[in-house]
Design a protein around this ligand. Structure first.
Ligand code: ATP
Length: 448
């Protein structure tokens, strides 16, 4: 299948110029694979996280929210198998001193000959692959000794597993039920590049759904479908979304089934995982029982039986979905009757960082005063922007480029009959409506 165009370089530049995403510690030369979200980026990512929270927690009786700590007891990671096994195989090049993931060589470039992958250039001298642990290690307390080593969590899931009974009992939940959380995770990733696709500090939105053994495949299928529907409702194009089933070689030893939701990022990156849906069986709870010597069983009162539930996990990266939403939304198009084209971020209105911008057509005749009055009326309900500088065409372009779905203009007629025009980012159609109707007009257009 032909891949979509590569818009990554253009997006990186737009994101910096318009306050979405900056390189971390840029004035010191940057931190590798770490990024900061600027004023518009933080709104965009927050809107995506809110959509997830609403779909997973607020709208359901059978899922509870959680915000577990980043620092966990180090035994957690032994139980999970990450102290010994959270590793990537790495190769070094003796010629250029570069270090690459052995299983992702095709995604890397030889620093001396960027048209080739490492190992493919005559001068490359790659070593055998060695395992490299991806967890960031630090010390807790005053002493820097091995007894005080703790890790920055490389996934949010374990905070859920260790709280399984706390949540179930305090909220009087019955299996099947789930626990969801959004939080930071850290991995000392070696493969660099591709903007916020793979970063060393990122946010995960994870949900563990606890079910009775034997009902797990049914729930797995249900969650697989529900998660795909969520991505579609976010506005990601159907032709850019695809499932990828983990074959026998890719499946973790404990996993009973696993599918990735993949998104076509365009160019050479193409289809890549944005979310994993996994049937993890009873692996995690059993491991934690064994390592903590605490029972993590569920007591089914109705049928008077005890068991360790199986877990269906849905795990999605907030940053990766943010990148998918940006890539999906970016378009350049010509405008009828104008020489200059426009760049548009066709973001789903519910995730657009600014919902509406308001412009006085001129800086006189009471127009700025009226526009500011409307701004003050609306700003607590919707993130708004006010702009009175430059031609109206330029002001529209500035908003198109950051994905603002509506632009409201106060003109000569407005100050006499209290109406304004509202321009739609995508259709360019303009409605003239009563200024007093703006709140309900926008609310109706922004739902979903
Ligand atoms: P990959 O193979 O791409 O490294 P993974 O299979 O290790 O990913 P999981 O451990 O299943 O990923 O994590 C679930 C989700 O978390 C991924 O689908 C992705 O959206 C997100 N994620 C994982 N690692 C990163 C990262 N380094 N940067 C940004 N997001 C990440």
């Amino acid at each position: 299948m032909a891949s979509q165009p590569d818009v990554m370089d253009k997006l990186v530049s737009l994101c910096k110029r318009r306050g979405f995403i900056f390189q971390s510690s840029e004035i010191y030369g940057g931190t590798g694979s770490v990024w900061d979200y600027g004023p518009l980026g933080v709104e965009l990512k927050k809107n995506i996280k809110d959509r997830w929270w609403n779909a997973m927690v607020r709208s359901r009786d059978d899922i509870e929210g959680l915000d577990a700590a980043i620092l966990m007891h180090p035994r957690t990671w032994e139980a999970r198998g990450h102290v010994a096994g959270f590793v990537d195989p790495l190769v070094d090049c003796k010629t250029c001193k570069g270090r690459f993931r052995a299983d992702k060589l095709e995604d890397a470039r030889c620093p001396q000959k960027p048209s080739k992958q490492p190992g493919a250039h005559d001068a490359c001298q790659l070593t055998e692959a060695r395992n490299f642990n991806l967890m960031f290690k630090t010390y807790m307390g005053a002493l820097e000794e091995s007894a005080s080593i703790v890790y920055l969590r490389p996934e949010t899931a374990q905070g859920i597993f260790v709280n399984f009974l706390n949540v179930q009992q305090s909220m009087r939940q019955k299996v099947p039920f789930g626990i969801a959380q959004i939080g930071k995770a850290f991995r000392n990733e070696i493969t660099q590049g591709n903007f916020i696709f793979r970063t060393r500090e990122f946010e995960q939105m994870e949900m563990q759904f606890f079910v009775e053994p034997g009902t797990d495949m049914e729930w797995f299928e249900q969650w697989k479908q529900l998660r795909m529907e969520w991505h579609l409702a976010l506005g990601l194009s159907p032709e850019r979304l695809q499932f990828h089933q983990h074959g026998a070689g890719e499946l973790a030893h404990y996993a009973r089934a696993a599918f990735d939701v993949t998104f076509d990022f365009g160019g050479t990156l193409g289809f890549q995982e944005i979310e994993g849906v996994h049937n993890r069986g009873d692996f995690d709870l059993t491991q934690h029982q064994q390592f903590s010597s605490k029972k993590l069983e569920y007591y089914d009162q109705l049928n008077n039986k005890r068991y360790v539930p199986y877990v269906i996990e849905t795990s999605v990266g907030a940053d990766r979905v943010t990148l998918a939403a940006l890539v999906n939304a970016y378009r350049e198009e010509s405008v009828e009757g104008e020489d200059e084209g426009r760049v548009v971020l066709g973001l789903h209105p519910s995730i657009a960082p600014i919902k509406a911008a308001i412009f006085p057509l001129t800086k006189k005749d009471g127009q700025p005063e009226m526009a500011k009055g409307i701004l003050n009326d609306l700003r607590m309900a919707f993130p708004m922007d006010y702009d009175e500088s430059g031609s109206i065409g330029k002001r529209y372009r500035r908003q198109d480029e950051v994905g603002t779905p509506f632009c409201i203009t106060v003109d000569g007629q407005s100050t006499t009959d209290q109406t304004v025009t509202v321009r739609d980012r995508d259709t360019l159609a303009q409605d003239r409506i009563d200024a007093s109707q703006l709140k309900s007009y926008l609310a109706a257009k922004l739902v979903g």
